[in-house]
Design a protein around this ligand. Structure first.
Ligand code: ATP
Ligand code: MG
Length: 200
């Protein structure tokens, strides 16, 4: 399974609907400072529910909505809604149809060779709302997280290595570093289960 494409609509600096294709093996995004490279990563984390607001460089969720007056802090009163869709190539069936159907709570998920996870944040006069969709079916964050966990993608995981993470790993105590290796190797899960068993 891999990210095949990303569709950003009114998210951060992407004021126009933008579809970004990704290659299966390796994709590099280049561009001048401030051109929106990191915003692309933020979009993935936002849509997949993998990061808290701070982790995607926003104080509140509505800061993620495109704001034409971002630099000078002006709000032009444009549409206050942002959407990001992550299109996953699942043609290798990393996630089986039954897993997707369970997460979506519906049989009507189409062909699961492609899994589309979409998140929308909408601001109204006095509130804001966040919605998740799995192949166009409305779902909860926990449905998305449970589904992705079955493919080894979790908020605690190292599917995304952020700026500063490498330095942090270097500066860690050997014990803490070992925990990370256990996590990546998939051993940590069994340690936790062992703890649970001792507790019982
Ligand atoms: P660098 O090479 O310095 O890391 P970058 O390409 O990663 O740069 P980003 O951090 O992705 O750049 O983009 C920063 C730009 O996004 C800034 O110009 C900022 O004003 C803009 N931006 C962030 N949030 C919004 C928003 N809600 N509306 C409009 N523009 C935004
Ligand atoms: Mg950057």
């Amino acid at each position: 399974m891999y990210i095949k494409a990303l569709v950003l609509d009114n998210f951060k600096s992407f004021g126009r609907k933008t579809k970004i294709p990704f290659y299966e093996d390796f994709t590099v995004v280049t561009g001048p400072n401030g051109s929106g490279k990191s915003n692309i990563i933020d979009a993935v984390l936002f849509a997949l529910g993998l990061a808290r607001t701070r982790g995607i460089r926003a104080e509140k969720l509505t800061d993620l909505i495109y704001n034409p007056g971002h630099e000078d802090g002006n709000d032009s009163g444009g549409p206050r809604e942002a959407t990001v869709e992550v299109i996953l190539d699942n043609s290798d069936h990393t996630l089986e149809r039954t897993q997707v159907v369970n997460a979506a709570g519906s049989d009507d998920v189409g062909d699961v060779d492609e899994i589309r996870i979409r998140r929308r944040v909408k601001e109204t006069e006095d509130n804001y709302y966040s919605y998740y969709y799995l192949n166009d079916r409305s779902v909860n964050l926990s449905d998305i997280q449970d589904l992705l966990a079955q493919a080894g993608v979790t908020p605690e995981g190292y599917n995304v290595v952020m700026q500063g993470d490498v330095t942090e790993i270097i500066n860690m105590t050997p014990h803490a570093r070992r925990e990370i290796i256990d996590e990546i190797a998939g051993v940590a899960e069994f340690d936790a289960k062992k703890e649970d068993a001792f507790g019982e």
